[in-house]
Design a binder for this molecule. Structure first.
Ligand SMILES: Cc1ncc(COP(=O)(O)O)c(C=O)c1O
Length: 463
């Protein structure tokens, strides 16, 4: 796909509509003139690749709102790239961070820490049966990279030929070498000199390739049969990675597809690795996305919403897989810093105490209704509405051609920000709606109504 790249940081400050509501405030041109110098410094100091989101400097963020230095205020529909499930700067998380920073900054991953033990026990309590160990990392990409290593090592210990790994087109699993190769279309691979020949992508049983798929099980079986024709039998496959909802488009799997995949995996001793880095910790209205399907994972990869704040990620699984590496075979420095663990412990407490998992489920129903109405208002621009819980995406199309339209996504993102709703550019033809799970209903409705105003202003300007 031809992705629309645009450096918004280079654009001049533009007039924006003046807005003052309970949830939003826009009182200056956007970006605010007083943030211009810092934006210019961003362009001077950081590579272009970093300059792609709306040019707003997040001076602070609280709960479901983001503020800049001019005290403009946005309803946040981004959750910082789907991370702050418990809301920005939750007082309990902030308190836990402060206390831990004062009392225990000492950290080195290879030396034990009590905070880490407490967090692992807490995580395992909410995981499905069979999960026994937690292998901590700092970023989601590292957790995926590590899961790839575990899966391959586990496979090779059974049979030296059990080295193949499957994933799905359109998946995103991160940016390190292995994670990039596991990713589908979203990750750019043209820089790879010798791509891993033992990673294969199955078709994704949904849009964009199969928008109205009637028989997902046959699609799976055909994909597996084609691999077999190329000499890759089930017995040579060590694992299958998948996002329990594809993040770029908030796309779910058909239940029948995953149930058949589980059956096939059991038949051939293949590990199912569910990437729950975006979908974990309540985001979809369950603790984990896979719970919507009633399908058992072998490994879970988590990150983002695990702490709703500091970098922390993990691979979770049975000892039989997590113990395949010998002591010291892999090392890392920053993983599971006690301050991150303290934040994650507080975060899990908040998610439970405030009933945020059920709340995400309930609010998801409201979002679904509002977005369906939005699509009825703009049928030429919105081709599909996908999502559940508080992970939603509008799939956009060009009104003239009906083709997927990533430029409209970029322009709508910027227009929404200028109208007081913080969304982030997915670099795909989608607009994502994923607010903190704490967002009040009135802010949800207002935010979606504002998206309509922002799109209407684009439609009015178009020739
Ligand atoms: C599903 C999924 N997997 C992996 C990653 C990579 O995580 P990180 O950015 O922490 O490396 C992401 C990040 O967006 C993600 O959404």
């Amino acid at each position: 796909m031809n992705i629309y790249h645009h450096d918004r940081f280079a654009e001049p400050t533009q007039p924006a509509p003046r807005i003052e509501t309970k949830h939003r405030r826009i009182q200056t041109p956007i970006p605010a003139p007083q943030t211009r110098d810092v934006l210019e410094a961003n362009r001077r100091l950081f590579p272009r690749v970093n300059c792609y989101q709306p040019p707003i400097i997040w001076e602070r963020a609280e709960d479901y709102q983001v503020f800049d230095a001019a005290d403009n205020c946005w309803i946040d529909f981004s959750s910082t790239a789907v991370m702050t499930n418990a809301g920005h700067a939750h007082p309990a998380i902030r308190q836990a961070l402060e206390t831990q920073a004062r009392e225990g900054m000492l950290a080195q991953f290879s030396f034990p820490s009590e905070q880490r033990v407490r967090l692992a026990e807490r995580i395992l309590n909410i995981c499905p049966p069979g999960m026994e160990k937690v292998y901590f990392w700092t970023t989601g990409s590292e957790a995926i990279e590590s899961a790839l290593r575990l899966v391959r090592t586990w496979g090779q210990q059974r049979d030296p030929k059990k080295t193949h790994v499957l994933t799905h087109r359109g998946d995103f699993h991160g940016i390190t070498l292995g994670a990039t190769q596991l990713s589908g279309a979203a990750a750019s691979k043209d820089w790879l000199v010798s791509p891993d020949q033992h990673i294969h992508h199955l078709p994704f049983p949904g849009p964009p390739d199969y928008p109205d798929l009637a028989d997902p099980v046959t699609l799976l079986e055909t994909g597996l049969a084609q691999l077999e024709e190329h000499g890759i039998a089930g017995s040579q496959i060590a694992g299958v990675f998948l996002e329990t909802m594809q993040g770029w488009g908030a796309l779910s799997y058909p239940v029948a597809y995953l149930k058949r995949l589980r059956q096939w995996a059991d038949q051939h001793q293949v590990l199912l690795v569910f990437d729950e880095i975006q979908t974990g910790f309540g985001r979809t209205g369950r603790w984990f996305g896979h719970q919507h399907y009633g399908v058992r994972p072998d490994l879970l990869c988590v990150g983002k919403g695990l702490s709703s704040s500091l970098p922390l990620a993990a691979v979770i699984g049975p000892a039989s897989v997590l113990d395949v590496l010998s002591p010291g075979a892999v090392t890392t420095t920053h993983a599971a810093h006690p301050v991150s663990c303290a934040a994650a412990l507080a975060n899990l407490e908040v998610l439970e105490q405030q009933n945020l998992i059920d709340e995400a489920d309930r609010k998801g129903q409201l979002v679904g209704q509002d977005l369906a109405r939005l699509q009825r208002r703009f049928p030429d621009q919105i081709a599909r509405v996908e999502g559940r819980g508080l992970l939603w995406a509008l799939h956009l199309c060009n009104p003239s051609t009906g083709e997927a339209d990533d430029r409209l996504a970029a322009d709508w993102t910027w227009s929404a920000v200028r109208h007081g709703v913080m969304v982030f550019h997915t670099m795909r033809p989608t607009l994502k709606i994923c607010p903190p799970l704490t967002i009040p209903d009135s802010a949800l409705h207002e935010g979606i109504e504002t998206l309509a105003t922002a799109l209407q202003s684009l439609v009015a300007q178009s020739p």
